[in-house]
Write a protein that binds this ligand. Structure first.
Ligand SMILES: Nc1ncnc2c1ncn2[C@@H]1O[C@H](COP(=O)(O)OP(=O)(O)OP(=O)(O)O)[C@@H](O)[C@H]1O
Ligand SMILES: [Mg+2]
Length: 196
């Protein structure tokens, strides 16, 4: 029998959503130590892209850990699960056509590789580079002081490993650049990738 309601059979693709929004959807995956500037630069980037007319979504480690991932600890196993859920969520937003900006420490290559595999084409790794000494000096949340006193187990850079990314698509160095400089580099690099 002829299908008189073909519209019910149409599965909309990422391309359809991108066409509607007139933007290319990617996942901007920010990697870096605590205090390196991920959340600061992610918020700044989102604000600028929004002003430029792009539809965006921010996924931040801290926010996800109070909601979707509130049953997870910082053990190696749970960190893996944290990133798996984050990457799956990012992929959903990306496939809905949004420029999705993620800020998670994502400390080791294995975990980043997983995110890269889950997200697939569109995964854009950004290394927010900053020496441990500088992050520790900033100690925005007072976590380094606690970690040094042994009050926080498995703290990245102190008692848990951090492997600097070697295949990042974009790198900014927040110890050598001003916030404005790092921001400008990111905006320019990302705009190039999301223009329709
Ligand atoms: N060039 C720079 N780029 C970004 N942040 C900078 C820069 N220079 C100094 N800062 C400061 O560094 C701090 C970075 O803190 P932020 O919360 O963004 O780090 P984070 O990477 O999100 O850490 P966490 O993983 O703990 O969430 C902020 O106080 C910011 O003002
Ligand atoms: Mg943060």
């Amino acid at each position: 029998m002829e299908n008189i309601y073909p519209i019910f059979d149409t599965i909309l693709s990422r391309e359809d959503k991108q066409k509607l929004l007139k933007q290319r959807a990617i996942v901007v995956w920010m990697v870096g130590l605590s205090g390196s500037g991920k959340s600061t630069l992610a918020r700044a980037l989102e604000n600028t892209l929004h002003e430029e007319g792009y539809l965006t979504q921010l996924l931040d480690g801290d926010n996800l850990r109070v909601g979707l991932n509130n049953n997870l600890t910082f053990s190696e196993e749970d960190r893996k699960e944290n990133i798996r859920r984050a990457a799956e969520t990012a992929k959903l937003f990306m496939n809905a056509g949004l420029v999705t900006i993620c800020s998670f420490i994502s400390p080791v290559e294995k975990v980043r590789q997983r995110a890269r595999e889950i997200i697939g084409e569109g995964y854009t790794e950004v290394f927010i580079e900053c020496p441990l000494e500088v992050c520790e000096q900033r100690d925005v949340k007072g976590l380094y002081a606690k970690a040094r006193k042994g009050e926080i187990p498995d703290f990245t850079g102190i008692s848990a490993p951090f492997e600097a990314p070697t295949s990042a698509d974009i790198t900014v160095n927040t110890a050598e650049q001003t916030l404005e400089e790092s921001h400008q580099i990111l905006v320019q690099q990302i705009l190039d990738r999301i223009k329709y």
